[in-house]
Ligand binder design. Sequence first.
Ligand code: 5GP
Length: 218
Amino acid sequence: MSDDHGRPWETQRRGLLLLVSSPSGAGKTSLSRRLVADYSDMVLSISATTRAPRPGEQEGREYFFKTREAFEAMIAAGELLEWAEVNKNLYGTPKAPVMAALETGKDVLFDIDWQGAAQVAEHAPHDSVRVFILPPSWTDLSRRLHARAQDSEAVIRARLDLGKQEIERWAAYDYVIVNKDFDRAYADLGHIYRAERMKPGRNPWLPGFVDSLLDETI
Ligand code: 5GP
C-alpha cells in the first residue's frame, strides 16, 4: 500500500462544534438532521426544553422534554453547556454528551438560537463554527410555518416576531446561507463543514505526517 503512514486523518481529528441558527421555519432543522444522517463523524446535540412536544415529536429524539423545575435543577447542577429563554420556554444543551462526542473525535451539530450559539462560541472559540440560515423572503418564512401546521396562529405570530430578532444577529456568524432551494442550501452546508474540517488546527496529526513525508523524501 502506498499510504504506509496509516490513515491518521481518519482518527486523530479534533472535533468541531457546528452551531446552526435561523429564525424558526427557515429550514435549519431539516438541514441539520440531513447533515447528521449523511456524515457518520457528526452527532446532533439533543437539547433539553420546557416547551411542550409538537405532534410527532419524541422524547430524546427532537428534545428531552422537561418541567421548568427539572430544567432549573439541571442549571443549578451545572449540567448545561448553555441555556437561553426563547419565546417563554427554556432551552439548553446538556454538557455530558457533547464532551463525550468530542473525546471520541466526533463533531457536534447544534440547532440553537443566537444566544446559545454566542455562549458556546465564547467558551470554545477555536472549536466553534457558526452558520446562519436565512429564508429567501418573509412571505416564504410565514408560508413554511403555516404549512408545518404544528402550531396555532398565535404561536406562529410569536415565532415570526422572534424570527426578526434572530435575523438581526446574522452578522455575528462565520457563514450565512439563504435557503431558497433546499438541495443547494444543503450542499453549501456540507461544503462549509468539510472545509472547516480541513483547517490545520483541527488535524493534530498533520505535523507528524508531514515529518514522515519529508523523512521519506529520496
Ligand atoms: P423550537 O421550539 O422551534 O424547536 O426552537 C425554538 C428555538 O430554540 C430555535 O431557534 C432553536 O434553535 C432554539 N434552541 C433549540 N435548542 C436550543 C438549545 O439547546 N439552546 C438554545 N440556546 N437554543 C435552542
